[in-house]
Design a protein around this ligand. Structure first.
Ligand code: PMP
Length: 354
């Protein structure tokens, strides 16, 4: 840290992304990426645009915005595209939280919410999950700030129903409710259909997971015309070219290739079920995940040790030191071959510690 950094930022603890090791080939089940390549149409789109990199992108991303709007059955004025969904969440914190409007989110959720709150110096309240790791719905009714809920939640994978989301949104009409649907395509229910009814609802999604484009950085925000205008105001005040033209072209290809998207989501759901069944046979306890990861603990081995032993055997999963969840690991659902390998390594480890 230099002596020039503002006082406000000196205490900031940045977000720590999952490991992306280069020293060894791992079976990488730690950052919820897709095991499948992007659609051929996405790759072709990006390659075509590589030739046009001398031009700035269209700052309005009209073609992709219209395609996304059509796909999700909303108007173009209800959509904003961003550099990953982290960016639309960033915009939402900067737009809708201040000293009088704190951020409110679960104590166990996507770690970036806290970082954004600290970055903007806004107060925040972390609401404990219930003992079964579900979101404590009633604590968000008539909330005294801007609510951020990942649905399905991370790293638990547990989902609130659309009716439960609606209860939160309808009880907070004077405040914004942000529903982060990064993992919704693997079995959750999207709240996008509620944006017509509630002008305080912002839904965020991403191309990173279900559309295999984590490296391209493409996120989406859906909301009333007013909310989307707010977010564009911030975008045009920070980085009007936030989505690069190759990514936009890839996104267009990915949206057009609906069958590939759906087939991949189905495969992940099937592989998740396989992983859950096998882990249960080995005595693990799991949450009811509707995401592309499972969240599991064993009574035979503690979470950190299992994480380290798997790493030695070339399998990377994600462990969090936070006390409430330190017994668990979050395991991304990959291809069936990856999951079979993962299970065989877990079996080996359990034998070794006997
Ligand atoms: N929300 C949640 C709950 C996430 O886990 C992630 C991925 N780390 C994101 C948002 C952001 O993903 P991206 O910026 O790749 O869209």
């Amino acid at each position: 840290m230099s002596k020039f950094l503002t006082q406000k930022l000196q205490g900031l603890t940045p977000y720590v992304p999952g490991e992306q090791p280069k020293e060894r080939e791992y079976v990488k089940l730690n950052t919820n990426e897709s095991p499948f390549p992007p659609s051929d149409l996405a790759v072709e789109g990006a390659s075509e645009y590589a030739k046009k990199l001398y031009l700035y992108p269209d700052p309005d991303l009209k073609e992709l915005t219209n395609a996304v709007a059509d796909y999700y059955g909303v108007g173009a004025e209800n959509v904003i595209l961003t550099n990953g969904s982290d960016e639309v969440l960033n915009f939402a914190f900067s737009a809708y939280c201040d000293k009088d409007t704190p951020a409110i989110f679960p104590n166990i959720t996507y770690g970036f919410y806290k970082v954004f709150a600290e970055l903007y110096g806004v107060p925040y309240t972390e609401i404990p999950l219930k003992s079964d790791f579900t979101v404590a719905l009633n604590d968000y009714i008539n909330a005294k700030g801007t609510v951020f809920i990942a649905n399905p939640n991370a790293p638990t994978g547990i989902n609130l129903t659309i009716d439960e989301i609606e209860k939160i949104v309808s009880s907070n009409k004077e405040r914004v409710v942000v529903i982060d649907e990064a993992y919704v395509d693997f079995g959750g229910q999207s709240a996008i259909k509620l944006i017509d009814k509630y002008d305080n609802l912002l839904v965020t999604q991403t191309f990173s997971k279900s559309r295999s484009m984590a490296g391209a950085r493409l996120g989406m925000g859906f909301g009333s015309k007013g909310l989307i205008e707010d977010l564009h105001r911030i975008r045009y005040s920070t980085n009007p070219y936030n989505v690069n033209s190759m990514t936009a072209a890839a996104g267009l290809g990915a949206i057009k290739d609906d069958k590939y998207f759906r087939d991949n989501c189905s495969k992940i759901i099937k592989n998740r079920e396989y992983t859950e069944t096998e882990l249960e046979k080995l005595g693990f306890t799991l949450t009811d995940s509707k995401a592309n990861f499972v969240f599991a603990k064993s009574d035979k081995i503690d979470g950190k040790t299992l994480y380290l032993k798997l790493k030695e055997k070339g399998v990377l999963v994600r462990h969090f030191d936070k006390v409430e969840i330190k017994d668990y690991n979050r395991i991304t659902v990959g291809s069936i071959e990856q999951m079979q390998y993962f299970i065989s390594m877990v079996k080996e480890i359990l034998k070794e510690i006997k």
